[in-house]
Design a protein around this ligand. Sequence first.
Ligand SMILES: CC(C)(COP(=O)(O)OP(=O)(O)OC[C@H]1O[C@@H](n2cnc3c(N)ncnc32)[C@H](O)[C@@H]1OP(=O)(O)O)[C@@H](O)C(=O)NCCC(=O)NCCS
Length: 196
Amino acid sequence: MIKYLGTPHIETDRLILEKFQLNDAQKVFDHWLSDERVADNRINAAHKTISETIERVNKIVTGYESEEFCYWAIKLKDSGELIGEIDLYDFDKVTENCEVSYSLGYEWWNRGYGTEALRAIVEFGFRQMNIHKISAAHNTDNPASGRIMSKAGMVQEGIIRDMIRNSKNQYKDCAIYGILQEEFNSKNFVLQQGTN
Ligand SMILES: CC(C)(COP(=O)(O)OP(=O)(O)OC[C@H]1O[C@@H](n2cnc3c(N)ncnc32)[C@H](O)[C@@H]1OP(=O)(O)O)[C@@H](O)C(=O)NCCC(=O)NCCS
């Protein structure tokens, strides 16, 4: 059975993963939700106004009232800077599977933070929550996201043509990735060594 634990505080070498606060909205807007470079790889359009982001952060904070809501702010350990978000969602009671998604502010791309956060959440999902399988999808024109999935031990299962239609009315092919708990258990030693 899935063991729901809400959104607990998690630490990695360089990151703190913890709940969002209502007063995070301005940083969320400035660092990633208003940025077209980030939004181009997500389904929803970039936010044009801070009020859209306030509404979004309010919804996340309200979500914490449920133990089944797993939505982390990603912060740098050394400075406390809020750099992104990662969440587990779409928990299926029958299969005990779920999805993961994430975004980082452009300024912090390609420094290994995405891989570090995803590995931590995959580990949390399997070790603490007893999830059976974690899946994710990325636009095929966003290979960095596929790369971090691979580095977190996920394997590509196929490509779905025209899987999404984004806010710019563009269809996107998406690559689907997944990792089973039993694969995680056998791969985990390798991941901890950082050699994958
Ligand atoms: C996807 C995302 C979270 C990655 O985070 P990140 O911190 O930049 O990732 P990392 O630095 O840990 O790893 C990025 C990897 O992708 C690789 N990469 C970057 N750009 C690439 C490109 N154009 N083609 C191929 N590989 C690329 C990097 O070389 C690195 O791999 P390496 O460690 O083997 O060298 C970040 O780019 C992001 O937030 N993008 C916008 C939102 C988004 O795409 N969300 C996910 C939707 S599915």
